[in-house]
Design a protein around this ligand. Sequence first.
Ligand code: PEP
Ligand code: MG
Length: 579
Amino acid sequence: MKILTGIPVSPGIAIEQVFLYLEEDFSELPRYSIRKNQVEAEWKRLMTATADAVEEVRALYDQASREMSKEQADIFGAHLMMLEDTAFQDQMKERLQTTLQNIEWVVWSISHELVQKLMGAPDPYLRERAVDISDVSRRLLNRLLSITRVSLANLSQDVILVAHDLLPSDVLVMNKNRVKGIAMDMGSRTCHTAILARAFEIPAVLGLSAITKEINDSEKLIVNGGSGEVTINPDKAARVQYEGAVLQYRKKEDEFLALRDLPAETLDGHRVILKANIEIPEEVEHLARYGAEGIGLYRSEFLLLTSGQATEEERQYRAYRQVLEAAGNLPVTIRTVDSGGDKLLPEFQSPDEKNPLLGWRAIRFSLARPELFKAQLRAILRSGVHGNVQIMFPMISGIEELEQARALLEDAKVECRQKGQPYAEAIEVGTMIEIPSAAMTADILATKSDFFSIGTNDLIQYSLAVDRGNERVGYLAQPTHPGVLRFIKKTIDAAHKQGIPVAMCGELAGDPAVTALLLGLRLDEFSMTASAIPLVKRIIRGVDLESCRTLAAKALECTSYRHVITLMEAWMAERFPAG
Ligand code: PEP
Ligand code: MG
């Protein structure tokens, strides 16, 4: 038995046999010279491989069209077009004839060059194509080398999926009824696998470094998506413990679900709003299950991942409309694209950035590309006709950016009018407070905002100068650091003075250990992964605002994060002795 610890990204606990899904290693790709008279035979091999790949992708496209959204099916549509693209084929034929190298090498070298070139292209649409080219060439090489991979769509047994990394297409097609858990070497809380695992409610632990080297196919594995522990070949005691944990998890879930229809109200009647964060439209289904009162953060950049062409206005409009219609009358806050930094869209930042986290990301990117930005704004405005939509700008560092973004929003409205397209004229505009300068100038930003939403993931990163993806300095990322707490307080006080509400949509909002503190600081709205809502609601319903305010006042006097934690733990133990 061996226990490894990684990043818990999707709650739940599961035990099953391992299905080891390893990537093909093309680094040792065979390369050899061929004679002129072998060119025809090599070309034939490629044509056969292409025909097989087309058939495979067409089946995936049909399946995705039936079972998933149009955006997701379109990924495979794009792959089909690429496989059948005659210009791509002509290029390969020419390279084959001129270099007289085996066809595998030709396919690999051309696609490698294309990927490199696309990654450096100024047009984001072209940069998005790089992932598709990699996916398609991998499929062709598999065929040429006769590597047969078991498709994750065809899994016929319950398994824990173990992989080094997974492509979006892997996760989208996998048989979700059979994959009971996911464990991966790579990944973080915000990578696409984490997001999709949460959306599909599959327990997952990522960032395990080398689990693929520690485990063999068919061994047993326990994945605990709550604690981040995975247990390889659990012994009898570990299995008994597992059974207990499952029972406890189910009991807690039942208990929490019973809270679903009760208001998020303190014992002395102070009401706050609990909303969900979503990344893909499918997650809207979880709102009702966990009693979310709307969507406080829709990370629109994930559309780029799942559709590859989401920068087009119509595609975005359709996706937003789908979310708004599914949400009914509940409010939905769509955040404009936040690419760059640690986000999964490296192709959206200039390749030579030395300091991407301080670089060309989020609103900076949008303001530099006004046509792309306005296309997104128009799509949001138009979707507003089908529901209750709000808009929110990420990474605002000062009033100029907010004013520019708002001016472009007005331009987008004019464009909708000119085209005769109905749109939501009175849309509310929110500012994300996630940069220290924004928190410090919250009083100024509040004059031009309808609401604030505090992005603690970035606010912590920038106020403590800690790269949120760097494990070595992770210990410094303390949400209760007095510096962070003061920024939060300053933001909330400034907003309330101006009469606007404050939400929080960073991970901190879903942490029950700090719920009372945030209530005491007078946070109005908490937005989090939907499944975290019941636990937070339980805390809210078990405390009174007055004592939360006293707690917050004491926390603000603490000189270190450790003192704040000790204070909160003692406070919570008194009120929730059973944990
Ligand atoms: C945040 O920074 O807290 C936030 C919610 O935005 P993201 O995690 O998408 O950067
Ligand atoms: Mg952020």
